[in-house]
Each structure stands twice: as structure tokens, then as C-alpha cells.
Design a protein around this ligand. Structure first.
Ligand code: UTP
Length: 477
């Protein structure tokens, strides 16, 4: 039964018919005035010619991304200098990096708009408690790192946080409830990324309700548009920030302000750079750093043929050994340049379970994948940079992604790695660490960012470190 007699605007009807999406207005007669207005507004935001292309090229086309005709492993700076000349460059880069941070040229930027489906945690992933003794959440660890860096470098280090409609309000509430974790509110900038519609396998846009279109965040690659469109880049420009330290919300080991990485990037006049690590084996599910037409490019693990993934050098190392870990330095100018035109990173196809309504208006919570989500990946911007460098790093120092509830890349493995890194840092400063027969620490240690942001910070604090005995729980703050 019609709730009011307002007609569907003719142009909308025509538009949807032309693009085979008329079902979006299937429940029009059952909607009230507000719902109708909202649905029309959302439909008018959609770029149907683009959507038609995505449907033909991606949604209905499950074939893998074609490989470039010719590609090679990408070159990278090693974690430690290989010779005296490189040692001089690393020292110069670290000095430059420290100067850039001290002069307020570097901002922290976390992408936290993901849905975190694998972790299955209620609420934004950044609110997940992860530290081994104090149970600090990821957001708290990052906030304390930003505070510690601001103190260390005697300058306020601003922090930009990208959320999505999935978790924006909850994230704001977490920051508000925690009094912004002690940070100055004016140096914290929260903004939302864009969304893209979800499709069924035939290319029909799904409805999440009778008046709402099923949408999901447009991937971490969406950050490059969202930074610009939200005004974050304008804010950075006002503050004379030149470099953005990009990281993911799920990595508690991130070294946000790394003078060497920032310095090498700046010395080499790069526009977007990356950290990489040696893959654990041919099958590790991380992107592969390659060189395509002289440009650093990431080829996804699923796109790299098996025989190439397994190919080894005479010394036994993998030919394609450098994995991408989503740690980048990106120039504010580069993001401005990209956004000066209607740039679009490639969209990737993800087959997912998508809750939606059926043709009768009944809500479906599928047990099996029933549709396609589209996402862009930030590393696809690397080949667009005029220059890009890679700094290889050590997994134990900087990478422990929190993806799953249990097992690999879980909170348990993250806490273990936080303890292991703390033990290594203390040991390298001369502190004796009790160890089990398998070499793992026989104690639980947590180092707060205020105590040390990196290994070298420990040396000045040795008098504050107690003797550590087997089974001890030590928190250094
Ligand atoms: P993942 O690819 O691990 O996705 O994101 P996810 O949504 O967090 O987790 P799953 O796959 O549903 O289990 C890597 C990083 O990119 C961010 C995430 O918040 C995380 O920091 N991300 C991902 C976004 O900010 N926006 C997106 O649209 C997707």
C-alpha cells in the first residue's frame, strides 16, 4: 500500500533503467518521504557510467589481473648498511629524518576504516587491547607513540586517522571517552573514507534495506582521495607538513617516526616509499615488490605465478623475496598532484558475504559468499610516483599484524612479538634477559612508548631497569 503518492522522478527512473538498476526503487511505494529523499540523494551520487564499466570489467570478470609482460624483483635498501659508503648515507639520512621530524614536517597517518571481519571484534579494531601487561589498545599505543615522539623531537606531531561509515561514530566516541589519550585535540584529525556499492554476481547493486544501498569502504587506497577531500591535506599544508607516515591500525609494532626511512625517502627525492620485509616463504600472503617499466610496483601474492613465487637465487633466497607490509612515506604534494585530476586506482574484486534484502524485502545474512565488494589498494599508487624507494626492515622489529582471532597474526602472536622485541631491545642495551631453552624470553616485558620509541632510547634509561628474573612481569613506562 502506498504511503504517499509522490512519483518517482522521471529522470531517475530513466537513468536506472538505462543502467539496469531499476530494482533499487522496487520498494518506493513503501517508503516515507524522508526515506525516498535519502534514497534519491544516494542514487544521484552514484557514477553510473563508471559503475557499468566496473560491472563489466571486474564484477562479472573473475579472471586474475593480467601480469605485466616483463617484471623483475625490486631493489631495496637493506636493513643495515652493506658497506662504508652506504653507512655514510644511512647516517646522513637519519640526521635528515630527525631534522624533518623536529621541524614539524612529518605527520602520522593511520588507516582504520576496515571492517576487521577476520578478527570478529565488536567495534573498531583500534580499540582492541593488545599489549601484554597493561592491555593497552592499538589506538592507545599509537597515541602514546605520537606523544612520545612530540616530546622527543620537541614539536607537536599531528595524527590523522581515517575511519569509514562502518566505524566512524564509534571511533570518535572511543577518542572522546579516553580524552583523546592525552593528546591535544587540535592535533588529532579524524575523517571518513568513501564507500562503493556492493553487487550480486550478476552486477545488480544490492540493497541493505528498502531505502538503503549496500555499500562498503573503498579500500585503503581510498585514503589517497579521502585525505584530500576531507581537508586533511589542506590542514597539513597549513601546518607545513611535507611527509605522511602511513600505517595500518592492526600493527602494534609500527615505528611511526623512523628517521632513517623518512631521511632516505627525502634524500632520494621520492614521492611515495615503502618498507618491505623478507617473506617467510613463497606462499606468504603479502604483495611482492617488483620493478615494472622501471617503476616500483606491487604484484599481489595471488597474481604471482607459483613457479615465480618459488624461484630461488643461487644462495637459496627467493628471487621475489620482498613482501609489502603497508608502511609508507607519502608526500603531501604527491597526494595533491594525484587529486588534481580525477584519478582512480585500480579496483580489486573481493567475493564476500554481504547482508542485504531480497526481492521481497526480507533481510538475508548469507552463510556463503553472495556478492562482490570492490576495493582499491594504496600500494597501487606506487607506480604513479616519480620516484619510490624501498627500505627493507626486520619482521621482529616492525611487523605483527593483528588479523585473526586465533593462530597466525592474532592477538596472541602480536603480544608475543611485543614481548620478544622488548627483550631484544633490552638485551642489545646490555640487560640480561632470562630465556627458555627455545630462546624465547622467560619473562613478560612491556615497554611503553614513553620509555622507548626505538632501541637506542633504552641506553639513556638503564638505571630505571630492574634485574629481570625468570617468570618476572616487567612494565617499563
Ligand atoms: P585489511 O585488508 O586487513 O582489512 O586492512 P580489514 O577490514 O581490517 O580486515 P578484514 O579483511 O575484514 O578481516 C588493512 C588495513 O587497511 C585498513 C584497515 O583498517 C587496516 O588498517 N582499511 C582497509 C581501511 O582503512 N579501509 C578499507 O576500506 C580497508
Amino acid at each position: 500500500m502506498a504511503m504517499n503518492s509522490e512519483k518517482i522522478p522521471e529522470n531517475t527512473q530513466k537513468l536506472l533503467k538505462k543502467h539496469n538498476q531499476s530494482h533499487l526503487l522496487r520498494f518506493w511505494e513503501q517508503l516515507d518521504k524522508n526515506q525516498r529523499q535519502n534514497l534519491l540523494a544516494r542514487i544521484n551520487q552514484l557514477d553510473f557510467p563508471k559503475i557499468d564499466r566496473w560491472i563489466a570489467d571486474i564484477v562479472k570478470n573473475p579472471s586474475p589481473t593480467p601480469l605485466p609482460a616483463d617484471f623483475a624483483p625490486a631493489p631495496a635498501y637493506p636493513p643495515a648498511p652493506a658497506d662504508a659508503q652506504q653507512a655514510r648515507k644511512y647516517a646522513q639520512a637519519s640526521d635528515l629524518g630527525r631534522n624533518l621530524i623536529s621541524n614539524g614536517k612529518v605527520a602520522a597517518f593511520v588507516v582504520a576504516g576496515g571492517q576487521g571481519t577476520r578478527l570478529g571484534f565488536e567495534g573498531p579494531k583500534g580499540d582492541f587491547p593488545v599489549s601484554p601487561i597493561k592491555n593497552k589498545t592499538l589506538f592507545r599505543i599509537f597515541a602514546e607513540s605520537v606523544t612520545a615522539a612530540s616530546k622527543k623531537y620537541h614539536t607537536p606531531c599531528p595524527w590523522y586517522i581515517m575511519t569509514s561509515p562502518v566505524n566512524h561514530d564509534q571511533t570518535i566516541e572511543i577518542f572522546r571517552k579516553n580524552d583523546y589519550f592525552g593528546l591535544d585535540r587540535k592535533n588529532v584529525f579524524l575523517f571518513q573514507q568513501g564507500t562503493l556499492p556492493n553487487f550480486d554476481f550478476d552486477g545488480n547493486i544490492l540493497l541493505s534495506g528498502k531505502s538503503t544501498i549496500a555499500c562498503s569502504p573503498d579500500g585503503h587506497g581510498g585514503s589517497l582521495k579521502a585525505l584530500y577531500e576531507s581537508g586533511a591535506i589542506a590542514d597539513m599544508k597549513k601546518r607545513r607538513i611535507e611527509f605522511i607516515s602511513y600505517f595500518q591500525v592492526d600493527n602494534p609494532l609500527i615505528n611511526i617516526f623512523d628517521p632513517l626511512f623518512i631521511g632516505l625517502h627525502a634524500l632520494d627525492k621520492a614521492e611515495m616509499s615503502s618498507k618491505a620485509l623478507t617473506k617467510t616463504g613463497p606462499a606468504e600472503k603479502v604483495g611482492n615488490f617488483c620493478l615494472v617499466d622501471d617503476k616500483i610496483t606491487v604484484i599481489e601474492y595471488s597474481d604471482l605465478p607459483d613457479e615465480l613465487a618459488k624461484k630461488r637465487n643461487p644462495d637459496g633466497s627467493l628471487v621475489f623475496e620482498l613482501g609489502s607490509i603497508a608502511i609508507h612515506i607519502i608526500n603531501t604534494d604527491f597526494i595533491e598532484k594525484l587529486n588534481a585530476e580525477d584519478f582512480q586506482l585500480p579496483l580489486h574484486r573481493a567475493v564476500k558475504k554481504i547482508s542485504c534484502i531480497d526481492q521481497h524485502g526480507n533481510l538475508i545474512e548469507p552463510q556463503q559468499p553472495n556478492g562482490i565488494k570492490l576495493e582499491s589498494f594504496v600500494f597501487d599508487a606506487l607506480p604513479l610516483a616519480s620516484k619510490s624507494i624501498i627500505l627493507q626492515t626486520r619482521r621482529s622489529e616492525e611487523f605483527s599484524p593483528l588479523k585473526n582471532a586465533t593462530g597466525i597474526d592474532s592477538s596472541e602472536s602480536a603480544a608475543k612479538m611485543m614481548i620478544a622485541r622488548a627483550a631484544d631491545w633490552l638485551e642489545s642495551a646490555g640487560v640480561t634477559i632470562p630465556r627458555k631453552p627455545d630462546g624465547s624470553p622467560d619473562c613478560i616485558i612491556e615497554i611503553a612508548p614513553a620509555f622507548a620509541l626505538e632501541k637506542d632510547d633504552i641506553k639513556t634509561k638503564l638505571d630505571r631497569i630492574p634485574k629481570i628474573s625468570p617468570g618476572d612481569k616487567i612494565c617499563l613506562e
